[in-house]
Design a protein around this ligand. Structure first.
Ligand code: HEM
Length: 427
């Protein structure tokens, strides 16, 4: 996580060496009580969970997702909205998106092979955004609103700056905030136009018929149920917050898995396993999944879970005042030698033989790439399906290598520095 542009992980390492698993680090808007070990996770996410809220915790996402986004609100409103949104991400629904995603990724891989080389991330990000927009807003939304993808990318580029840089909000071009506000105005108008047209039963400009799919369509189908119906503001916020929560993190997950798949001893068995599988079945392939678990353990795209303290609490003499910021470092949790044998090593076997000597800890709080409990990532199934659909598409036609297997992670969403340069060949 990039708070002020520096190497926060190294700073947290240094603090942990002196203060143990809980300490305060940062200043002003980036001052957080950090928790690094399993017991801190248990305290914040389980034992005293009602003392910690999401409202105000992810302030940097709020300008995009709006005030009613799931990640930005607390119960009871959060629970009401979550009950409406969750069924749209049912595994049956998600399975149905795998083939189209795999086909798009096959085209992407063919393009990369033809290009020969270059950084993966900048090429992959627009493709994942395209797929996520199709899944969430329906495949014709991009035809009706050709600028939508660019506008979402502009907003996310702002939210990916170090937190301190995001506090500078100059409304005058060429300042990044001015670009952000203009992009948000257009994206807002596009999504609201679609919601209104669908609610009015009107044929959508651009040729889309009602019933073309997409999460938004499923949410609009709740209109007849007064307990589940979402307002226009809520629908707008869910749409943009799901897109922004989904595409950057999933792109990062694909990039990190791609890095591991440059290693022949990891690649070849997974390629063999997926060779005869359908794209939707890849998400249930044991070895591919075990490697994805390792990838998300070592490189969690969302490296920290954030909270705001709602009422004063104390943990082992460490007092947290109401309103204070809290950060749970998944990076440290997932590499904690008290939990993981040789944590820096990639060992898919940890997940295949849980009782073996390398077995991953059984405590569900030891591995949190998608969070926990009532705040568990609503798009986890989609993210895993897209990531493994990518692996499916890439492994059947290509091999790739990187000049820098030890590339360091950077950014708010954790990505390989330099965008992960890869050399591609058919294979
Ligand atoms: C590899 C990709 C992804 C990772 C690593 C990831 C990670 C996370 C984590 C750690 C949380 C918990 C945050 C907390 O407790 O405060 C979360 C929540 C959430 N994620 Fe994801 N996510 C991913 C993909 C997605 C996708 C594809 C979507 C939707 C399309 C999505 C939508 C959400 C939402 C709406 C929440 C808030 C849930 C709530 O508070 O009820 N995420 N995600």
């Amino acid at each position: 996580m990039n708070l002020a542009g520096g190497d926060v992980r190294a700073a947290l390492d240094a603090c942990q060496a002196v203060h143990g698993d809980a300490f305060v680090f940062g200043f002003g808007p980036i001052r957080y009580h950090w928790f690094l070990g399993l017991e801190g996770m248990r305290f914040v996410l389980l034992d005293e969970a009602d003392a910690f809220g999401n409202a105000g915790a992810y302030g940097f996402l709020q300008p995009i997702g709006g005030p009613t986004a799931l990640i930005a609100t607390d119960d009871p409103e959060h629970l009401r909205r979550r009950r409406s949104v969750q069924p749209a991400f049912h595994p049956r629904q998600v399975d149905g998106w795998a083939d189209a995603a795999a086909a798009r990724f096959e085209r992407f891989v063919a393009e990369r092979i033809a290009a020969g080389g270059g950084p993966l991330l900048p090429a992959l990000r627009p493709v994942v955004l395209e797929i996520v927009l199709d899944v969430l807003l329906g495949p014709s939304a991009r035809r009706r609103h050709p600028r939508l993808a660019d506008d979402v990318a502009t907003m996310m580029a702002f939210a990916n700056q170090p937190l301190l840089a995001q506090t500078i909000k100059l409304p005058v071009p060429p300042a990044p905030w001015a670009g952000f506000v203009a992009a948000r105005r257009r994206a807002d108008a596009a999504i609201r136009a679609d919601i209104r047209a669908r609610r009015a039963g009107a044929a959508l400009e651009g040729g889309a018929a009602l019933g073309e799919g997409g999460v938004l369509e499923l949410l609009l189908a709740l209109d007849g149920d007064p307990d589940a119906r979402l307002t226009e503001d809520e629908l707008r916020d869910q749409s943009l917050s799901l897109v922004s929560a989904g595409f950057d993190t999933t792109t990062a997950a694909i990039a990190w898995l791609s890095l591991l798949l440059t290693r022949g001893e990891l690649r070849d068995p997974v390629a063999h396993e997926l060779a005869d599988a359908e794209p939707a079945a890849a998400v249930r392939a044991p070895l591919a999944n075990a490697l994805l678990h390792e990838s998300l353990r070592l490189y969690p795209p969302a490296p920290a879970i954030l909270r705001r303290v709602r009422r004063r609490v104390t943990w082992r003499g460490h007092a947290l005042a109401a309103g204070a910021g809290v950060g749970l470092s998944l990076w440290h949790l997932h590499r904690d030698p008290r939990l993981w044998r040789e944590p820096e090593r990639v060992v898919p076997q940890r997940w295949l033989d849980r009782s073996g000597p390398w077995g991953a800890p059984r405590d569900p709080l030891a591995y949190l790439p998608f969070g926990h409990g009532g705040r568990y990532c609503i798009g986890a199934g989609l993210a895993r399906t897209l990531t493994l659909a990518y692996a499916w598409a890439a492994l059947r036609s290509a091999r790739w290598t990187t000049p820098d297997p030890d590339v360091p992670p950077v950014g708010m969403t954790l990505v390989p520095a330099g965008g992960l340069p890869l050399a591609w060949r058919r294979g």
